[in-house]
Design a protein around this ligand. Structure first.
Ligand code: NAD
Length: 330
């Protein structure tokens, strides 16, 4: 913590049972900050919360942020910082949880902004690279307005996040609240569930099970990948040093195709296995690449290379998978 004494800080992390929320909460707790996590477990895991429960300054409340009545109890608490990371994730989940995505990013965001206003807390909204849709320019700066189909199959996630961004900025201006938005690009690392359908854990789980790894489309689509420790650095940087009502990309610096990622995962893990090319179940985006100049101007840097990060994540993934099996058999 650079600007505050840890004891003065009480953070609310919404989506705290999820991949990013758990990693963020752990970092804050290790710094001596008091952390309240709320989550409805739609895509989060109880095991993540159990891990955090060993910290004395941690509190968890099962709560749906889109339920205004349940959020009233948060109005009675006082926070200095609110991280709104809550949203069901995973492209395959859009067909199942599209309505929850829309309601969480809209009504859920409104409920948390009310809590922020009541506490006069700094507020951070976790948006996504998908707010740019299928981009036409590379890399994407924050000023790019994107190319999104408002009624396409991915729209519940994309448009929900765009609504959440609009609401965040509007409340910032109307009520003079200290708000900021981060557009997060693909992130990977410890804490991802073995059942997670996102590309890195899916490659690990299929290779370990000696099953062909599904690659959607021709695998030539590009992405960048950022280790979760670097992502948490980015969240803390934007919360502490970001300018109110501004948007900041956070993502990996180097582009890689999905086929190249598959080769890298095989090389780093030493696992052999083949890929099976499948038709994408929804319109995929052909590329994503963040312009990170704005967050770098705040002092943030990517520190962990993709090869090192994949190596470390794989070790952690193996340990988590074994724990799961022991838990199921024991
Ligand atoms: P995750 O699915 O692991 O975590 C999201 C958490 O939000 C889950 O624990 C889920 O149960 C919870 N949640 C969903 N709806 C809720 C509701 N109505 N009330 C309370 N809790 C609710 O995903 P993640 O990777 O940790 O992502 C965190 C945030 O970052 C999300 O908002 C996501 O859209 C955004 N993001 C993540 C990535 C990435 O690569 N991980 C990329 C872009 C954006």
């Amino acid at each position: 913590m650079n600007t505050y004494e840890a004891k003065e800080i009480r953070c609310l992390v919404a989506g705290g049972a999820g991949f990013l929320g758990t990693n963020l909460a752990r970092r804050l707790l290790e710094q001596g900050v008091s952390v309240d996590c709320v989550d409805n477990f739609s895509t989060g895991r109880k095991a993540n919360v159990a891990d955090l429960a060993r910290y004395p300054n941690f509190r968890f409340t099962k709560l749906d942020i889109a339920d205004s009545g349940s959020c009233n109890r948060l109005l009675r608490r006082r926070y200095s910082h609110i991280y709104n990371l809550a949203c069901p994730t995973g492209v395959p989940n859009i067909a199942l949880l599209g309505e929850e995505m829309l309601m969480t990013s809209s009504l859920g965001s409104l409920n948390l902004l009310k809590v922020a206003r009541r506490s006069n807390a700094r507020y951070l909204f976790a948006s996504t690279a998908e707010a740019y849709g299928d981009p036409e320019i590379f890399p994407q700066p924050e000023s790019y307005v994107g190319k999104v189909d408002p009624v396409g199959p991915r729209s519940p996630y994309e448009e929900g996040k765009r609504f959440g961004e609009a609401l965040t900025c509007f409340w910032g201006r109307k009520y003079d609240l200290n708000v900021r938005i981060v557009r997060i690009f693909n992130t990977y690392g410890p804490g991802m569930s073995p059942e997670d359908k996102r590309v890195v854990p899916q490659m690990f789980s299929h290779l370990i099970a000696q099953q062909p790894v599904p690659i959607y489309g021709d695998g030539a689509q590009t992405r960048t990948f950022l280790h979760v420790d670097d992502l948490v650095d980015g969240l803390l940087t934007v919360m502490e040093r970001g300018v109110s009502a501004e948007v900041y990309n956070i993502g990996g610096v180097d582009q890689i195709t999905i086929c190249e990622l598959f080769e890298l995962v095989r090389a780093v893990t030493g696992l052999s296995g083949s890929a099976v090319f499948e038709k994408h179940f929804t319109a995929d985006h052909h590329g994503r690449w963040p312009d990170t100049a704005k967050i770098q101007a705040l002092g943030w840097r990517q520190r962990i290379s993709l090869a090192d990060g994949i190596r470390q994540s794989y070790r952690n993934f193996l340990a988590a998978t074994e724990t799961c099996h022991i838990g199921m058999n024991g």
